[in-house]
Design a protein around this ligand. Structure first.
Ligand code: SAM
Length: 260
């Protein structure tokens, strides 16, 4: 089994729980950095008024990012193959008083007309899909000319092999993430993503790393504490304190514009 995407069905009721792996890593560790960046690009750099903008969240999971864009006033649609995750997303949006459309599907075959979204978001998903090029092609197809594509994913480096796979996932004495959460071979080098986006008329504007402010040794110590049950995912997130950086060797994010 290369990557276990069934996990999103099994853990579907934990998307919003900051002490579980999904809610902890995606909402607490990475959430503020990636959404802070996307919001800044959208409003300050691209001078876009988010009100009423049509946003598609590809691989929306439990709706963590979909809700952030909806709170800005965007008209958001989320799509994901995990039905139980969509059920959680719908319930949470309702509880939050947000009007978001969630629908079942995969990034490789988006059930939408050409050029019908102003913004497409695809975060922590590209390293989980069978056909990255097909997903990028579909994202480009549904974007309007000049539309924005926001992404984040994980680089395929020795660093991520050691940290994301060996330490976090595989080695018995250190692993604190679910087995098969990631497959190193499915991680994507920035240059590969750039070429793929270029092929499908998405012009990349910027790439930024997402890295802990904490010292690497302090971070490893937190991993070990998590392994021993002495530190929660939420506490780790606060202490690691992820930030934007120039270092693309781990997780990285960025945005591209659909060619006019
Ligand atoms: C790590 S989660 C990221 C969820 C969400 N984007 C976020 O960042 O909070 C990966 C998501 O990708 C979804 N996924 C897996 N294969 C997919 C595909 N082929 N197309 C779209 N989504 C997919 C999973 O069901 C899961 O919800």
């Amino acid at each position: 089994m290369p990557v276990d995407n069934e996990l999103y069905n099994r853990l579907s009721d934990t998307w919003w729980d900051e002490n579980q792996v999904l809610g902890g890593t995606l909402r607490i560790w990475l959430g503020p950095v990636r959404f802070g960046y996307f919001q800044r690009v959208l409003i300050d750099k691209r001078k876009m008024d988010p009100q009423g903008k049509r946003v598609l969240d590809v691989g929306c999971g439990g709706g963590l990012l979909a809700e952030e864009f909806a709170r800005l006033g965007c008209q958001v649609t989320g799509i994901d193959p995990s039905e139980p995750s969509l059920a959680t997303a719908r319930k949470h949006a309702q509880q939050s008083g947000l009007d978001i459309t969630y629908q079942s599907g995969v990034g490789e075959h988006l059930p939408f007309a050409d050029a019908c979204f102003d913004v497409v978001v695809c975060c922590d998903v590209l390293e989980h899909v069978n056909d990255v090029a097909q997903v990028i092609q579909e994202i480009s197809r549904v974007l309007i000319p000049g539309g924005i594509f926001f992404y984040d994913t994980i680089n395929r480096t020795l660093f991520t092999k050691l940290v994301h796979i060996k330490i976090a996932q595989e080695w018995q004495s250190t692993s604190f993430m679910p087995p098969y959460l990631h497959d190193w071979k499915m991680f994507i080098k920035p240059q590969e993503l750039l070429l793929c986006m270029q092929r499908y008329h998405l012009q990349n504007q910027e790439m930024k790393g997402m890295n802990p402010r904490a010292h690497p040794l302090a971070t490893i110590d937190m991993f070990l504490r998590r392994k021993r049950g002495q530190m929660t995912f939420a506490e780790m997130g606060k202490r690691m304190n992820f930030q934007e950086s120039k270092d693309l060797s781990g997780s990285y994010m960025g945005y591209a514009l659909k060619q006019r």
